[in-house]
Design a protein around this ligand. Structure first.
Ligand code: IPE
Ligand code: IPE
Ligand code: MG
Length: 245
C-alpha cells in the first residue's frame, strides 16, 4: 500500500514531489557482496528501475529522471560497459512491447551519439512511440554529464548566434534552460542518491540549483517503493526557501 496516494492534498498525505531524480548507484557493490559479477548488479538494478518508475507513476509523480550511465562511466572495463549497454537494449525492447500497458513517456538525456547505431535506433523508436503518453515521464540519462550538458547548450546557443537566430544579449537563465536536454521540464524537487556516497557525480548540475537531496546507504538493487516513500516523507519535512525567508 503506497504511503503517498495519487494526487492527494490532505496534510497527512501531501502530494509527492512533481519531479524526482535518482542517481541509481551501488549495483557493483551489491553484486560483489553477494559473490556475483558486477554485471549481475546492473541486471538487478534495471529491474528496480522498472519497479520504481511504475510506482512513481502510480503515486502521481510527473517526472522521474534517472542517471543510468555517465560520461565518465566509459572508464569501466569493456565487459562491464557492454553488459550495461546490453541491459539497456533489453529494457528498451521490453518497454516498446509493454508500452500500451505501462503508458510511460520515455525520454533520453545525454550525448547519445556515442551509443551504438542499434541502441540509437531503439532509443529513437521508444522516444517516438511513447510521445503520446502524457501523464508520467521518465527521463533516462545515458552518456550524460552535467558539465557536458552545459557545454553542449552553450555551443548550441553560440551556433544560434552565428546564424542570427539568437543574440548574446537575449540570453537569460530561462533561455539557456531551453538549450539543455531537460528543456521544457521543471527542475527536480528531490534528488535521491542510494549507496552511501554523498556526492553528485556530475548529475543535473544546472537543474539541481534548489533541489532537496536525500542520501541513503541502501544500494540501488535493494531500493524499494518503501524507501522511496521514506525519501518523499523526508522531502515533506524540508523547508524550501529558494533564497527567501
Ligand atoms: C551504478 O552502480 C550503475 C552505473 C554507474 C552504471 P555502480 O556500478 O556504480 O555500483 P558501485 O558504485 O560500483 O557499487
Ligand atoms: C554515478 O555513479 C553515475 C551513475 C549512477 C550512472 P558512479 O558510480 O559512476 O559515481 P562515482 O564514481 O561513485 O562518483
Ligand atoms: Mg557507483
Amino acid at each position: 500500500m503506497p504511503l503517498f496516494k495519487k494526487k492527494t492534498t490532505s496534510a497527512a498525505q501531501l502530494p509527492p514531489p512533481r519531479h524526482i531524480a535518482i542517481i541509481m548507484d551501488g549495483n557493483g557493490r551489491w553484486a560483489t557482496r553477494k559473490g556475483l559479477p558486477r554485471t549481475a548488479g546492473h541486471a538487478a538494478g534495471s529491474e528496480v528501475f522498472r519497479r520504481i518508475a511504475t510506482y512513481c507513476r502510480d503515486i502521481g509523480v510527473e517526472y522521474l529522471t534517472v542517471y543510468a550511465f555517465s560520461t565518465e562511466n566509459w572508464k569501466r572495463s569493456e565487459e562491464e560497459v557492454s553488459a550495461i549497454m546490453g541491459l539497456l537494449k533489453q529494457y528498451l525492447f521490453e518497454a516498446l512491447e509493454k508500452m500500451e500497458r505501462d503508458k510511460i513517456r520515455l525520454k533520453f538525456f545525454g550525448d547519445l551519439r556515442r551509443l551504438s547505431p542499434e541502441l540509437l535506433e531503439l532509443i529513437d523508436r521508444t522516444d517516438k512511440t511513447s510521445a503520446k503518453y502524457q501523464g508520467f515521464q521518465a527521463n533516462i540519462c545515458l552518456n550524460y554529464g552535467g558539465r557536458d550538458e552545459i557545454v553542449h547548450a552553450a555551443r548550441a546557443f553560440a551556433q544560434a548566434c552565428t546564424t542570427g537566430e539568437a543574440k548574446p544579449e537575449d540570453l537569460t537563465e530561462s533561455v539557456f534552460s531551453d538549450y539543455l536536454y531537460s528543456a521544457g521540464i521543471p527542475d527536480p524537487d528531490l534528488i535521491i542518491r542510494p549507496s552511501g556516497e554523498i556526492r553528485i557525480s556530475n548529475f543535473l548540475l544546472w537543474q539541481s540549483a534548489y533541489a532537496e537531496y536525500y542520501f541513503t546507504d541502501v544500494l540501488w538493487p535493494d531500493f524499494t517503493p518503501a524507501e522511496l516513500d521514506k525519501a518523499i516523507a523526508a522531502f515533506h519535512r524540508r523547508n524550501r526557501r529558494f533564497g527567501g525567508v
